[in-house]
Design a protein around this ligand. Structure first.
Ligand code: GRF
Length: 193
């Protein structure tokens, strides 16, 4: 992995599009003394992301980018990330697919969290699909980001039991609670790899 901690914390940017509950758990983790990361920046493609509020609460710089012209926007983001010496990107509910070129610039340094036991249920509506298929377990995965959607190397996974009464919403809540613990664990794991 292209990450090296030394004694300094790894400058990290978190990309969000929505609620930002994973962002919040990552910020709390980064604020621990033992944490290897320091979150320097929150990036969103959506000005209405509720998660942007955490920037204000925790005094972290936030920036919104319009992805309609994705190539141009990604160039601007790359410049900003390089200027701020960001070494790790955590995608946390970020709903845009980054280009091959962008990913190449941060090869092995972009993580994503996905609400299924990959390689099962890549893409959207994972909970609906797991329930519809009568799976007994679902879960969440943290993986490295490559240019193939939800297909990079799996870092860590957590299983969650699906009960008969679960709906996509109750299952999403159960999985989300595990996601909040899993993302920090994944970060600890990659830096020791
Ligand atoms: C999470 O379930 C994550 O796995 C998925 O999008 C959701 C984001 O939730 N990629 P939040 O914005 O972190 O609350």
């Amino acid at each position: 992995m292209a990450l090296s901690t030394g004694t300094k914390k790894i400058n990290t940017a978190v990309f969000i599009s929505g609620t930002g509950s994973n962002l919040k758990s990552l910020i709390k983790f980064s604020n621990l003394k033992k944490s290897p990361i320091s979150i320097k920046m929150i990036i969103s493609n959506n000005p209405k992301s509720k998660g942007l509020a955490f920037g204000k609460i925790y005094k972290i710089r936030k920036k919104i980018f319009n992805f309609n012209k994705q190539e141009k926007t990604e160039k601007e983001i790359l410049e900003l990330l390089k200027k701020k010496k960001i070494n790790l990107i955590c995608l946390a509910g970020f709903m845009r697919i980054l280009s091959k070129n962008f990913i190449q610039n941060f090869k092995g340094q972009i993580l994503n969290i996905h609400p299924s036991l990959l390689p099962k249920y890549k893409g959207l509506n994972t909970h609906e699909r797991a329930i519809k298929n009568k799976d007994r377990y679902s879960g969440c995965t943290v993986h490295l980001v490559t240019s193939k959607l939800d297909s990079g190397k799996i870092i860590i996974q957590k299983k969650v039991k699906i009960n008969k009464k679960d709906t996509p919403r109750t299952l999403a809540n159960k999985v989300l609670a595990e996601e909040h613990k899993l993302y920090p664990e994944a970060i600890l794991k990659i830096i020791s790899l």
